[in-house]
Design a protein around this ligand. Structure first.
Ligand code: BGC
Length: 379
């Protein structure tokens, strides 16, 4: 028994969290403002902006065949209506390097950060997103294997308007959250259309799908997790028109009579979320576009991944059309307001020299593409 033909094996990252020097984005500004929850600024991040060749070669060397990476809107359109040919050329070079190394590319057009001149509540947000996607996709055509419009839209809406952990840092504004969600639904619809038209690539969206479990007959309420779930349901419905849905799962959240009982890294959560996406998006193919665990203990990472991949196997055996597994992430990168402390990466990055040091889990996971469905790499 083999993994399905063409199954994608790879890693995922965003532009802001690895490139460094994204000085023109709302996140950069937010990282340098007093009173935000940011622990430290992103700074040079992993200097992927200059070291992409090395990382792409490493991906291939580790055994992976697919790289999900982001392009940064704030670089591509530094002022409204001004597009940077030089930055688009830069991203072409990055994608060309993937081609040279035999990696398929999944390009994320929006991953949390916006150009500083823009906010999600701009009256024409969807129109501006569509124009940006159109310009970027036209410039990158021929090098995009999978288009990916927006990363975790519910995170932008809930984080920015309810919990205040994303810019602009509002709290408790559920009406504002829904306005943002509506703008992002429309942006996805229009962005996906132009990306498909320009590149011909299968295109979708990636959703943060934690596994919400209700115990002791508890009924769903309106905690931030559940508001996120309500937004995700709208996106899963919309995704019926897409080529795939990206499933991004890290946690199980159990709800008892007193509310959420904490957030746990629990591998079976991945299986539950895959099944939920399969049901709610009506049988659209699925790709795990993020999954991983934040831990400095690499042995624990291997154990977690082994169990999570067991869940993918079970879903395949049940007939769910899962087409790939992309680990978050290749590098120990910048984790938004949490800084550089949490460690999701397969590869350690020296914060002074930018040297990359693969952890044992990197080769362990990179061995999967050459194994049969029932096998597990030796650790
Ligand atoms: C986001 C990533 C983030 C990861 C781990 C996901 O929700 O898409 O940007 O780094 O979780 O926290």
């Amino acid at each position: 028994m083999a993994w399905p033909e063409g199954f994608l094996w790879g890693t995922a990252q965003s532009a802001h969290q690895v490139e460094g020097g994204n000085v023109n984005s709302d996140w950069w500004h937010w990282e340098h403002q007093a009173g935000t929850p940011c622990r430290e600024p992103s700074g040079d991040a992993c200097d992927f902006y200059h070291r992409y060749r090395e990382d792409i070669a490493l991906m291939r060397d580790l055994g992976f065949d697919t790289f999900r990476l982001g392009v940064e809107w704030a670089r591509i359109e530094p002022a409204q209506g001004e597009f940077s040919r030089a930055e688009l050329d830069h991203y072409r070079r990055v994608l060309e390097a993937c081609r040279e190394h035999g990696l398929r590319t999944m390009v994320t057009f929006h991953h949390f950060s916006l150009p500083r001149w823009l906010g999600f509540l701009h009256a024409d947000f969807a129109g501006l997103f569509e124009r940006y996607c159109d310009r970027a996709a036209a410039a990158l055509a021929g090098l995009v294997d999978f288009g990916y419009t927006i990363n975790e839209p519910e995170g932008c809406a809930v984080g920015g308007w309810v919990t205040g952990v994303n810019p602009p840092g509002r709290k408790g504004d559920v009406a504002g959250m829904w306005q943002v969600a509506e703008a992002l639904l429309e942006a996805h619809r229009r962005g996906a259309r132009v990306i498909r038209a320009r590149t011909g690539a299968p295109t979708g969206i990636g959703l943060a799908l934690p596994d919400l479990v209700y115990e002791d007959g508890v009924q769903p309420g309106d905690t931030p997790f559940e508001l996120g779930d309500q937004i995700n349901r709208r996106f899963l419905e919309l995704a019926r028109a897409d080529d795939y849905v990206g499933v991004q799962t890290y946690h199980r959240i159990r709800f008892g009579a007193d509310g959420p009982r904490g957030v746990e890294a629990h591998p079976p959560a991945l299986g539950s979320s895959i099944r939920k996406a399969w049901r709610e998006a009506g049988g659209v193919p699925l790709i795990v576009t993020e999954n991983g665990i934040e831990t400095p203990d690499d042995g624990a990472r291997i154990a977690y991944l082994e169990a999570a991949l067991g869940e993918v196997r079970k879903c395949l055996a049940e007939g769910v059309d899962v087409r790939g597994y992309l680990h978050w992430s290749l590098l120990d990168n910048f984790e938004w307001s949490r800084g550089y402390e949490p460690r999701f990466g397969l590869v350690e990055v020296d914060r002074e020299t930018f040297e990359r040091r693969p952890k044992p889990s990197a080769r362990w996971l990179g061995a999967y593409p050459r194994l049969g469905l029932a096998q597990t790499p030796r650790s």
